[in-house]
Each structure stands twice: as structure tokens, then as C-alpha cells.
Ligand binder design. Structure first.
Ligand code: HEM
Length: 434
């Protein structure tokens, strides 16, 4: 749900549209007003506005203070919400928010099924409130909670949780452990944990508030092993729905299924192996360091050979549009493959329907020294009904020969079972913890 423009916006839109109609498009281009007002005025004046243009920059060529600055009136989306209750947890098939946090938590010594059930009841209640713009029970910060900005809070269970509740057999194999891959340089500091909380929002303030409150209510039962924060381009930088670029400058997510029926097939467990996981999914989270200093020195042509897709618009070298499918069989006039066999997209492309996954990664930057020295990379997050048939074979192929391996190193790895959603009155994980 998006906010409707305020009365002030509508009033200025009316003024602007009268002026635009009287004075022509030049008036619109020259004004310092933007955002909703400009959008509505433009529509009134018959000027096409691209769908999803949350912020309409105006004033091209305008000189003086404020030119290119925060002069527009953006369409507000602070009170926009994503549903919490339902068959599936939100934050998986949900359009990617600009900020993400992955919290890896361990249960305190001695916590068993009763404690985990209490924990999940409390956290479910907190998440249901926070995602709908309300402070958790007993919290005093109503104003901070009031702008969820599409906040989603998603819970995952690691192998240790299954052991703690006395049900080790109900842990899916890909969550229990992943095979070692030849290129791994994993640091156990970013390793698997008993519980995962994924928090995503368009607003880093909201994210920080939710982070703090959730941990406060969980403190009796868990300790924090790691917190990994990531980001995408800010909302409003490009039209909604544009595939975000990663730090390497490439559009990342182009080949994800977009047809809802296909997305459902890739994601949701049918419960055949683990009945309690029906309508849930499985998550692999890999922390992948990228050597940006050497990547930045590669010309666009080299970058495109490494990925098999174009830097400009993400289209495959064998196609024209971003949505075109990578063709691994296409040959050029000389009889060479158009996309190199070791190009990332070629190696990663699913060979069977079971190999498909939905990728929902976030870029990360972490300061490693007070001097501002940074480590940059990708929090690669991929969801699939079964990690063993999707992520594992694909990562095996990538470890063997992915052109990206020159620049990237997997330094962290954790995987989780993501329980189905819950109906109001129940809680996440009820099917396992009853
Ligand atoms: C830093 C590490 C990585 C970066 C920067 C990266 C980036 C990209 C980019 C830019 C694309 C092309 C656009 C797209 O289809 O989204 C892509 C495709 C893809 N990547 Fe990655 N990726 C990384 C790691 C991985 C890993 C670890 C996996 C899984 C094991 C993976 C699986 C895929 C898949 C399945 C595709 C789609 C291939 C297709 O069907 O065309 N990626 N990746």
C-alpha cells in the first residue's frame, strides 16, 4: 500500500498543472518542484510518466542553490506494509527491499522445545506488529515503529535448533550440512547458527529499530553469533521493478523466475520429504568477498565476457533484452561460443528444473580498519525447495570453473529451513514445535 499524496502535494500539483498547461512543458522542466506534484501535473498535462517512478527529478538545467539537491517532493512510502500472516513467510517472494539484515543466533545452553516454542511465540508477535507499523507489546517507541517501509521479518531454523528440540531427523540434509567446495575459504565466524532472523526494509532506521527490539525480546533464549547487513541501490534511484546492480556494477537477479507459478514451484516445499516444511523453503546464505580493486580495472568488454551479460542493461550476449534467456549453444561466425563456457551466467544456468533457485542477494561493505579500509562483497541469499538439488550442483559447477573466481571468495556459509507462514493466532514454526 503506497501513501497517497498529501493535500499540500495535491494543491501544488493543481497549481503546477495549471501553469504547465498555460506555459507548456518548459515550465515543468524548469521548476524546482518534483515528486508527486510533478508526476500528477505531468499526467494532467499529458506528459508520459514511467510507471514506478517514485521520485520525479525535475529542474534539469536549473542553476543555483538546490540544483540536483533535495528539491523534489518524493512519493512517501514509509507507511507501506507487506503482509505478515499467510501460507508463506514474507521476505522471500517479496520484491527486494533496499536494506537487508541477516542475524545469526544461537540458543542458550539448555534451551529445548518449550523454550524455543516460547521464543517463537514472542518473536512472531513482535514481527506481526512491527511489520504492520506497530511497536511490539510493551515497547514505547510508537513513532519509530510507524514507518515500516515494507518491513519483512523472516525466520529460519538451523541444524542446531533441530538437535536442541530433540528432532534431529526433521532437519533437511542441505540444512544439516553443505559439502565443501574447492574454492571455499570459509571463516567459522560466519558459520551456521541455530536460528536466523532476516529483516528487510526500504529504510535503514526501521531496520535498526526492528533489530534492536527483536533481540531485546529474544535475549533470554539466544546469543548473537553474527549480524550481516547489506544494501541495494536506494529506492527511488531507478524505477521500482528495475533489477538492482551489485557492487560489480552488474544487474543481479535478471534470470530469476518472474512468473508467480514458476516462483512457487522453485520455492515452496511440497512436504513430501518433511511434512512440517510444506509451504516453507530452504535458504543458503554465503558471504562472498569481492576483490573490487582489480575488478574496477577491467574494461566493460572483459566484465561482459566474465558474466555473459552486458553491463549496460543486463541483457545476455546472445540476446537483446534483459529478460532474454542466456543461450549457451549460440556460436559466432568463427564457430566460437558467443558466451564463454566459463562465464558466470553460463556455468550457473540451471540444467534441470530442480536446480532453480530464487536469488535475493544484498551488497555488503564492512569497515575493517578505522582508516576506512573496507571489505566489499555480496551476501548471496538463495531460496529453493531443496538445497541439495539446487544450490549444491550449481555451486559445484561454479567452484570448478567460474570466470568470477578470479575476483570472488566465499568466506561465510550458513543454511536454514524456512518454516511456512502462520495464520493469525498461531506462530512461525508451530508445525515443528507443537
Ligand atoms: C559474488 C558472487 C556473485 C555475483 C557477483 C553474482 C552475480 C550474478 C550476475 C550479475 C548474474 C547475471 C544476472 C542474473 O541473471 O541475475 C548472475 C546470474 C546467476 N547467478 Fe550469480 N553471482 C554470484 C554468485 C553466485 C552463486 C554463489 C550462485 C549459486 C551457487 C549464483 C547463481 C546464479 C544463477 C543461478 C544465475 C542465473 C543464470 C541464468 O540462468 O542465466 N551466483 N549472478
Amino acid at each position: 500500500m503506497e501513501n497517497t499524496p498529501s493535500e499540500a502535494d495535491q494543491a501544488s500539483a493543481k497549481r503546477l498543472s495549471r501553469r504547465a498547461l498555460l506555459g507548456g512543458g518548459a515550465v515543468l522542466a524548469g521548476t524546482a518542484l518534483g515528486g508527486a506534484a510533478a508526476g500528477h501535473a505531468a499526467a494532467a498535462a499529458g506528459i508520459a510518466v514511467p510507471p514506478g517512478s517514485a521520485v520525479m527529478p525535475t529542474g534539469s538545467g536549473a542553476a543555483g542553490p538546490g540544483a540536483g539537491g533535495r528539491t523534489g517532493t518524493p512519493v512517501l512510502h514509509g507507511t507501506a506494509t507487506e503482509p505478515f500472516w499467510g501460507a508463506h513467510q514474507s521476505g522471500i517472494a517479496t520484491p527486494h527491499q533496499a536494506h537487508g539484515l541477516f542475524l545469526g543466533l544461537d540458543l542458550v545452553q539448555g534451551a529445548g522445545k518449550d523454550e524455543v516454542r516460547s521464543l517463537m511465540q514472542v518473536l512472531t508477535d513482535d514481527a506481526a506488529r512491527l511489520t504492520q507499523g506497530q511497536a511490539p507489546l510493551g515497547a514505547l517507541e510508537g513513532d519509530l515503529a510507524a514507518t515500516p517501509a515494507r518491513l519483512t521479518i523472516t525466520f529460519g531454523f538451523g541444524a542446531g535448533l533441530f538437535d536442541a528440540i530433540g528432532k534431529p531427523d526433521l532437519c533437511p540434509p542441505g540444512v544439516r550440512s553443505l559439502p565443501a567446495f574447492s574454492t571455499d575459504e570459509l571463516d567459522p565466524a560466519w558459520g551456521p547458527t541455530d536460528l536466523l532472523i532476516q529483516v528487510c526494509s526500504e529504510d535503514p532506521m526501521t531496520l535498526t529499530y526492528a533489530h534492536r527490539r527483536l533481540l531485546r525480546d529474544a535475549a533470554q533464549f539466544v546469543t548473537v553469533r553474527w549480524a550481516q547487513r547489506g544494501f541495494l541501490p536506494a529506492r527511488g534511484t531507478e524505477p521500482d521493478g528495475t533489477t538492482p546492480r551489485n557492487l560489480m556494477g552488474m544487474r543481479d537477479g535478471s534470470a530469476n523466475e518472474s512468473d508467480p507459478a514458476q516462483v512457487a514451484q522453485v520455492l515452496w516445499s511440497d512436504g513430501a520429504q518433511q511434512p512440517w516444511l510444506k509451504d516453507g523453503t530452504q535458504l543458503v546464505l554465503r558471504r562472498i568477498r569481492i576483490d573490487m580493486s582489480t575488478w574496477d580495472d577491467v574494461e566493460d568488454e572483459g566484465k561482459e565476457i566474465a558474466f555473459g551479460r552486458r553491463v549496460s542493461d543486463g541483457s545476455p550476449l546472445t540476446g537483446e533484452k534483459e529478460s532474454d534467456v542466456v543461450d549457451r549453444t549460440a556460436m559466432d561466425d568463427m564457430g566460437f561460443p558467443v558466451i564463454a563456457p566459463n562465464a558466470h551466467a553460463a556455468r550457473a544456468q540451471a540444467r534441470t528444473a530442480q536446480e532453480r533457485m530464487i536469488r535475493r542477494p544484498y551488497n555488503y561493505v564492512s569497515e575493517t580498519a578505522p582508516t576506512g579500509e573496507v571489505e566489499e562483497g555480496l551476501l548471496f541469499a538463495a531460496y529453493q525447495a531443496d538445497i541439495m538439488t539446487a544450490f549444491v550442483p550449481v555451486q559445484e559447477r561454479l567452484a570448478q570453473a567460474d570466470a568470477l573466481n578470479i575476483w570472488i571468495t566465499h568466506v561465510g556459509s550458513a543454511s536454514y529451513a524456512i518454516p511456512p507462514g502462520a495464520d493469525q493466532g498461531s506462530f512461525i514454526g508451530a508445525g515443528l514445535l507443537a
